[in-house]
Ligand binder design. Sequence first.
Ligand SMILES: Nc1ncnc2c1ncn2[C@@H]1O[C@H](COP(=O)(O)OP(=O)(O)OP(=O)(O)O)[C@@H](O)[C@H]1O
Ligand SMILES: [Mg+2]
Length: 243
Amino acid sequence: MSTPILSVEDLRVSYGRVEAVRGVSFAVEQGSLVTLVGANGAGKSSVINAVSGLLRPAGGRITFQGRDVTRTPAHKLVGRGLVQVPEGRQILATLTIEENLQMGAWHTRGTAQRSIDAVYDRFPVLAERRALPAGALSGGEQQMLAIARALVAAPAVVLMDEPSMGLAPKIVDEVFRVIEEIRASGTTVVLVEQNARRALRAADHGYVLQSGEVVHSGPAAGLLADERIVQAYLGIEGTPGQR
Ligand SMILES: Nc1ncnc2c1ncn2[C@@H]1O[C@H](COP(=O)(O)OP(=O)(O)OP(=O)(O)O)[C@@H](O)[C@H]1O
Ligand SMILES: [Mg+2]
């Protein structure tokens, strides 16, 4: 196996006395799509926020492109190519679409407009409406903007936290199509989802989290094909957790 672009070893995250992540390890091969799935409160966001530098881990080690980034803050990681699409989109509703995208490119200095134009090519709906306030977009379009804003930073690895959350099924299809395109363009993707089946169908490799620990991992197709895992952790299609 080649050296992974991102690896997480024995990661621990605590909120006061609550141990949310209790020794999680996983590795992400360059160009692959890896998903972390698990129920509400399993620790998915805590893991992803620690990896992106938004949260300081209580223990463990995070390595990105061969460098230890365990305690590197998010704004530095963005410049190095490790970028998160935050949970809940967090676009700025009163700023225009263009201004939101400029925020994604703040660290690129002179090359911002070029990377924004490249993103417009992929998201024509954003290009057409670049001068409108982001708050005028639908929920699905706002999610596209949040993803586009991360892509403006020309990341090597994109981390996504529940990008399909709260969206209508047709829009969820679109979000997953975009995720698969990003991966097809050579960008590595780490996707956190409660929508486990959907995420595993798109992924190469999956990790199932429960109570802050990895309880299963392997090729995504294998996890999906394992009836015991599906029954125990992935729920029944159509139940609320599955969307
Ligand atoms: N800021 C916080 N303060 C205290 N406890 C927290 C905080 N954030 C998360 N937790 C707790 O840590 C655990 C893991 O939460 P986390 O948000 O990482 O899970 P998750 O898998 O992302 O869940 P969800 O699917 O609901 O987004 C939960 O028990 C949660 O209550
Ligand atoms: Mg979460």
